[in-house]
Design a protein around this ligand. Sequence first.
Ligand SMILES: [Zn+2]
Ligand SMILES: [Zn+2]
Length: 190
Amino acid sequence: MDVNKFVAADKLSWYTFDVPFALDGRAVATDGNAIICGPAGSGDGFASGTVPQVGIRRILERIEATQLSPLESFHLPEMPTCRTCAGDGRAEYVPCTKCSDTQLSDCPECLGEGVVTMVGPSCPPCPICRGTGRGYSMSQRIDIAGIQVAGRYLMRIMGREGVQVGKVPGMKMLAFRAGEYTGGIMGLRH
Ligand SMILES: [Zn+2]
Ligand SMILES: [Zn+2]
């Protein structure tokens, strides 16, 4: 697992962070919709300033107390062809050469994303589907344990060995565990 994938693009409020932070000897990352907690040193760069430890500790405690079952035991919809690599399983995000100096928000090449997707046999395994060629799309809603989660978050834990998930009691949140990593994904509104 890569805790860096769980940070927000920008620090927008007290519960979103654009870098992981250390808490109780572990590395934590959250964008406000999903949170992950891993071994110390498992993230790059650490947030300085005030981390709302009480709220985050409380959420992590509830996640850790959640009863989990293997992900395979849930009935999940079939995965469509991965949109990032178009099913080839090979893709890479590279900085946009057209706007790398200017960061044009209306760049026609990257639509202001700053990166473009390269595909082809010389690319590494696709960052979204990890080479399988199949994956839920970013905004697809997937019902799991009675919670609807967005494909963009579910794909971060899919395909990992021994992933377990469960509904956090009293919260619209899916808890997960994979090896030394635990975390949660907020459910979408029905
Ligand atoms: Zn561009
Ligand atoms: Zn892919």
